[in-house]
Design a protein around this ligand. Sequence first.
Ligand SMILES: Nc1ncnc2c1ncn2[C@@H]1O[C@H](COP(=O)(O)OP(=O)(O)OP(=O)(O)O)[C@@H](O)[C@H]1O
Length: 265
Amino acid sequence: MTARTDPPTLDVHDVTVRFAGLTALDGLSLTVAPGSVHALIGPNGAGKSTCFNVLSGLCRPATGTVRLGGTELTRLAPHRIAALGVARTFQNIVTTDGTVADNLLLGRHALSRAGFAASALRLPTAVREQREHRARCREIAELVGLDAHFDTPVAALSYGDRKRVEFARALCLEPRVLLLDEPVAGMNAAERARTAEVVRDVRAHLGLSVLLVEHDMGLVMRLADEVTVLDFGRRIAHGSPEDVQRDPEVLRAYLGTGTPEEGAA
Ligand SMILES: Nc1ncnc2c1ncn2[C@@H]1O[C@H](COP(=O)(O)OP(=O)(O)OP(=O)(O)O)[C@@H](O)[C@H]1O
């Protein structure tokens, strides 16, 4: 697999989201630099998932803009945003029945050129395309360490491997920016370390940017180039992992749940 050109900058500008009387995001701005890992952290209810929902088109902001390079994503439908190169994973595993290969092929669906009829009739172009998609899925399975399980039913896999299937399926969309929502939640120490390695490898090999929401502060501090800290929908700090860990506002926001370093948020 060859590295591609740098992904476009993802730019979130002054985004506000309100639910009835509650302001879930309050003028949030952040920039995910090309090829970087940018972590979005904050205590429970700070607005991290709401931010992901805006970025992936599941939630429409009251004000503000989201741009990927020169393209405005704000208020586009989720499938359009995905087609423009922003893929996401979810906190909870949402794999379907079937094998790892079946799940990864679902991730290629948006990239299929052959129409439904051509596929159903197994016309040569559709068959060739399907073969190419399968080969690419196998490459991605190798990259995330699932190659040995390619034809295994997802239901037979460990929790950590199932989380990686979801990760790999998002990669099958060939995203330029990957939104990773708590990729190591519920994993044991060995699985966490393995997933951190996989994120690093994926970034290096596929040349994409990552926006990471994660409560495991050890992982955030090891993986992130930049960190944005949210509290009550507002950005209270931004900088390198080292700077953010020392920021008095951040320590205050985490009081009662431990410091960010302790990762009990
Ligand atoms: N659909 C909704 N309707 C009403 N309120 C919502 C909705 N979604 C989120 N909220 C509220 O918006 C605020 C931000 O929630 P959000 O889930 O984005 O926080 P979070 O930082 O992702 O939290 P966690 O770490 O617990 O996942 C919370 O007060 C939450 O209760």
